[in-house]
Design a binder for this molecule. Structure first.
Ligand code: USQ
Length: 383
């Protein structure tokens, strides 16, 4: 399959490009380097330095024999996006080209407007590019479990059957996002749901929980093929942050009571899920939703597990409860359904002590590069 990856330089985009090309797909990557530039501007450089996208593609071709097409440009620029579509004629597009950080979206007005504009305009451009230039191309868009919030009922996979005054209707599951970033992910889903119904687009929205991990089967062959791994308070996700904190000897930063529960998955499983979605496409006119995670944990559970794994490696790790910079429930019911991807054949990589120790060992090899003043949260939700 010819697959275009928008956001192909990012934490998920680059490993996805290698993964799909190794499995025989023809892959093009497009990226505007937003993440790299924002990391440099905000003192949030990733732990492991990585070469630019052209160099990454050259290295990947040298070790694997697979060639990637590289396009540097912005999915919000329709001239750029339509040139890529016309040249490559994708049969599938994976849309990762969104501003992915909740704290970034809550920093200030400029960051809020950028998040709104970038995430919605890139999605609208993609819809038009598919409809005008590659009809039949399926869209796989990275969504987030955070669009649902933490309701006091079970979370279904995308839709909810409602009975009202004796009649029934199937709606998109109600959304209660907890940051502006999460709001934009609810809105891009609404756009795609709309256009799938109106123009018959084939869409899969992967509502993913926080991802952890560094290595994939493909990156293992050369450290320069590693993904962008953030541990700072803006772009780092919680478990990746805890691993770096444990190695740096900094207390683990649990926000508030630590009962916040989310669905987590290993980076390797993200890649498998995206490929499963592409290989089993949505039908024309279908907006299909999968809840993409493999296990649920409260933040406190993660802290205890990291502490135990670190202890086995001789690292003494403290846990500190900080005042929560976010507005979110710290104790709540959480029961999301997640059967769709398992039914398509997902074989999960679970968060075992061995997996944690492997990640701690990898982070330890880069210990000298850890900058501890990137760790404490500086962005508050409350004004
Ligand atoms: N948290 C801590 N300590 C930290 C960092 C986070 O207690 O040092 C807590 C947060 O308050 C939150 C939970 O851990 O309750 C998860 O936070 P996170 O930063 O790992 O994840 P989040 O901001 O929700 O966003 C991340 C990705 C985003 C993705 C989302 C999936 O950045 O792209 O969509 O995970 S989900 O959380 O299911 O919405």
């Amino acid at each position: 399959m010819r697959v275009l990856i928008l956001g192909g330089d990012g934490y998920l985009g680059w490993p996805t490009a290698m993964h799909l090309s190794r499995r025989g797909h023809e892959v093009a990557v497009a990226d505007n380097y937003f993440r790299r530039q924002a990391c440099a501007a905000l003192n949030c450089e990733p732990l492991i330095p990585v070469p630019d996208l052209h160099e990454r593609a050259r290295l990947w071709e040298a070790v694997s024999g697979h060639r990637l097409q590289v396009h540097i440009g912005d999915a919000c620029d329709y001239d750029f996006l339509s040139r890529v579509f016309q040249g490559f004629q994708p049969e599938g597009t994976v849309h990762y080209a969104e501003q992915p950080s909740a704290p970034y979206s809550m920093m200030n007005r400029e960051a809020a407007v950028f998040t709104l504009t970038n995430n919605l305009v890139s999605t609208a451009n993609l819809v038009h590019a598919v409809a005008e230039l590659a009809p039949g191309c399926q869209i796989v868009k990275l969504g987030t479990m955070g669009v649902y919030g933490t309701p006091n009922i079970d979370i279904e996979e995308g839709y909810l059957e409602v009975e009202h005054k004796g009649r029934r209707h199937r709606f998109l599951y109600p959304k209660e996002p907890g940051s502006l970033y999460h709001v934009t992910k609810a809105q891009d889903g609404d756009l795609l749901y709309f256009y799938s119904r109106i123009w018959g687009l084939r869409v899969t929205d992967l509502h993913q929980g926080p991802v952890y991990g560094v290595e994939t089967e493909e990156s293992g062959t050369d450290p320069r093929l590693a993904t962008i791994f953030n541990y700072d308070h803006i772009f780092g996700t919680v478990l990746n942050r805890f691993l770096v904190q444990a190695v740096a000897g900094v207390p683990l930063t649990v926000y508030g009571k630590g009962g916040q529960t989310r669905g987590y998955l290993n980076l390797k499983d993200t890649l498998a899920c995206v490929e499963l979605a592409l290989r089993n496409p949505a039908q024309p006119g279908q907006y299909r939703v999968f809840n993409q995670f493999t296990e649920t944990f409260a933040v406190n559970d993660l802290a205890v597990r990291v502490q135990a794994a670190a202890r086995e490696l001789g690292l003494a790790v403290e846990v500190r409860h900080l005042p929560n910079p976010r507005r979110e429930a710290e104790e709540h019911y959480y029961h999301p359904v997640h059967t769709g991807l398992r039914e398509l054949g997902l074989q999960p990589h679970y968060l075992t002590p061995e997996v944690l120790k492997g990640m701690l060992e990898l982070v330890s090899r880069h210990r000298a590069a850890i900058v501890t003043d990137r760790i404490l949260p500086e962005v508050a939700w409350k004004k």
